[in-house]
Design a protein around this ligand. Sequence first.
Ligand SMILES: *Cc1c(COP(=O)(O)O)cnc(C)c1O
Length: 367
Amino acid sequence: MIKFLDLQKINAQYDTEINQAIKDVVNSGWYILGKSVTAFEQNFAQYSGAKHCIGVANGLDALILILNGYIELGRLKKGDEVIVPANTFIATVLAVSKVGCVPVLVEPDEASFLLSADHIEAHLSPKTKAIMPVHLYGQLADMSAINALAKKHNLLVIEDAAQAHGANDKGQIAGSCGDAAGFSFYPGKNLGALGDGGAITTNDDELAAMVRVLRNYGSEKKYHNKVVGINSRLDELQAAILDVKLKYLTKDTARRREIAKRYSTEIKNPKIQLPTWDFENQNHVFHLYVIRSNNRAKLEAYLEQQEIQTIVHYPIPPHKQAAYKELSHLSFPITEQMHEEVLSLPISPVMEEEEVDFVIKTLNNYA
Ligand SMILES: *Cc1c(COP(=O)(O)O)cnc(C)c1O
């Protein structure tokens, strides 16, 4: 059986160092907002090219806290419209709703699956105050064009970088090419904790100071509450584990790209559409390798029978979810078709060459 993602094997690579990191935290006697979080925040800020990194409890909270931070700073208010891609994981949309802003869904570019500046323009209104591009599947959105559009209309740009740790293009790195970014360290993400975790990165000093306070009950000084905050802290154990894994992330990403390149050059089957990617570019970290097929159910069943695990990211678009009945009348043909056709192949830094061979051969034999 070829697993979609073998988390046990991924973490076993760093077994000794992870166990030592855990032991050090246990023995330190300090478990919340201590040395490990500070060290990881510094290292991850540097990795993402950002001035600040603030560790939080998960990726959804990272996005919520950024939006809340801008509300506290008077740069956003409830009722403001925020542009989000129609084909994202639900968290992007939830974050906007949770702070009382209005998500405005926009179709992605058909080839890249990413939000593009051309598609955004028609959805701008006097109430639009921010754009939240998602670097979906690990591929950097066209940030130059999105930033230019945002500048023209005086909008904030908040990256949902939950799938794109380290993606970069011509000096732009996920996490530092908008006003702020939210990351997730959910175990299955490219940089995954052994539990939940997340982070905010930004070059904005004011926002950084505000979210630092908001994540910790709204207090800078214990028992003195400046704003109405929440409890959303990255904990010391997860930070120490993430700091170990961060050292190997560039190497792990290189392996993901190698596998993606093999898939993209060796899978040859007219029934299967491959993702668009220029091999020379570092703009994709291949959190997921997503193919399309117009008879997905058949392909899925075939791969399952050949003992290759696949997953659909995602089966139901946000506007068709029960949670968003008020959006269900909207029509997004590109998004809806994508959700019918996409299938994610196994990809991970610990996949063996023979496993990659087998996936390629099996797909080429699919009739
Ligand atoms: C994983 C993910 C999130 C949320 O992260 P959690 O840590 O699971 O809360 C947000 N956006 C996208 C695109 C994601 O893939």
